[in-house]
Design a protein around this ligand. Sequence first.
Ligand code: APR
Ligand code: ZN
Length: 372
Amino acid sequence: SSSPAVLTCKAAVAWGPGEPLVIEEVQVSPPQPMEIRIKVVCTSLCRSDVSAWETQAIFPRIFGHEASGVVESVGPGVTEFSEGDHVLTLFTGECKTCRHCTSGKSNMCQVLGLERRGVMHSDQKTRFFIKGKPIYHYCAVSSFSEYTVVHSGCAVKVNLAVPLEKICLLSCGVAAGLGAAWNVADISDGSTVVIYGLGTVGLSVAQGAKVRGASQIIGVDINPEKGEIAKTFGITHFVNPKECNESIQQVINQITEGGADYAFECIGDTGMITTALQSCCQGWGLTVTLGVPKVHPELTAHYGTFLSGRTLKGSLFGGWKPKSDLPSLVDMYTKKEIQIDEYITHNISFEDINQAFSLMKEGKCLRCVIHL
Ligand code: APR
Ligand code: ZN
C-alpha cells in the first residue's frame, strides 16, 4: 500500500492545568519507523490522567492512556502489525531486547518505559500539531484523539472477537490491580488482605485476592458509597476511617487478629503507606504500593516496622510484561475468569469527555468509557 500521509481529526486538547478539554482539529503525522497509527475506538479515563492534567506543566497536551483501537497504518519496519488489527495501547512498553525486558524479573523496559516529557521515545518529538504547533503526548499514548501514533512496542494485538469497549480497561487500572495481587504479592489461599482505596485499582486488587481464595478482604475508603459496590468485587469487610474511633491500623489488627498478610495502597497518598505497613502482621506482612502520589512523594516509617519482618514492595503495571502478558488477561476475560464490565459505571461520547473528568473528581464513577 502507499505510504500513509498526515491526517486531520478531532482530539480533546488540554490547554492548561485543570482547564476543561477542548475538542480541536489536529494534524496527526504518519507513523515513523517502528510506529503504528491507531484509530482509537474506546478509551477509559484513569485517575492518573486526571492527576497529570491537574498538576503537570506540559501543555498543550492530549491525555488518555487506557485505550483500544484499530491499526490504521504502519510505519517503516513494522512487521508485527497490519492495517485492521485490533490493539490495546501500553503506557509502558516492552522492547523485548533491553536488560530489563530480557531479565525475566522486570517490566521496567529501558527503551520504551514510562514517557514523562510529552514526546515520542524515538526522536523526542510529537506526532500531533495544530497549525504547525506541536501538541504534546501523554505516556506516549494520547488516546483522547480519534487517531494517535504509538511505538509498535507500546501496543499489543488482541483477538478480533473481544469487545474493544470493555477491554480498554486492561490497558491500565484493572490489569495493574490484578497484577499486584497475583504477580507482586502472589496472594495465597486463605490469607487476609487489606486494601486502601476502592477505586478501579483497589477493586481490581480485591478481585485478584478473591480469585486466589483470600479469607478476609478488607476495603478501606472515606467514600461511604464504596461499601456497597465493593462487595460485588469480593470485599468482605468495609472500613470507613471517618467512622472509626480507633486508628485504622488498630481496626485492621482487630479484624485480622494481629495484622493482615497483605496490604495494598491504591489511593496515591504516602501517609497511607505508613498506615498500610502498620496494618500488616509482623514476620511476613507485605505492603504493596500502587497509588501514584500527587504531592509529598517521600514516605516515613519506623525502621522497627521492617526489623520485625515486614516488607514494602512497589511495582508498575502490576508487574505484568505488558506485551507478553496482556493477551492472557484478555483470554481470561473471554473465558469469564475475570470481570471487567462491572468497573464501567458510565459510557460517554467523545464530545462529553469533560463529564468523565467531573465524575472522577467528584468520586462518582469507577471507570468512564469514552467512545470515539
Ligand atoms: N483514605 C481512604 N480512602 C481514600 C482516601 C483516604 N485518605 N483518599 C481517597 N480515598 C479513596 C477515594 O474515595 C477513592 O474511592 O481512594 C479511591 C481512589 O480511587 P480512584 O480515584 O477511582 O483512583 P484509581 O483509578 O482506582 O487509582 C488509584 O492508583 O494508578 C494509581 O494514580 C492512581 O493514585 C491513583 C491510584
Ligand atoms: Zn525493553
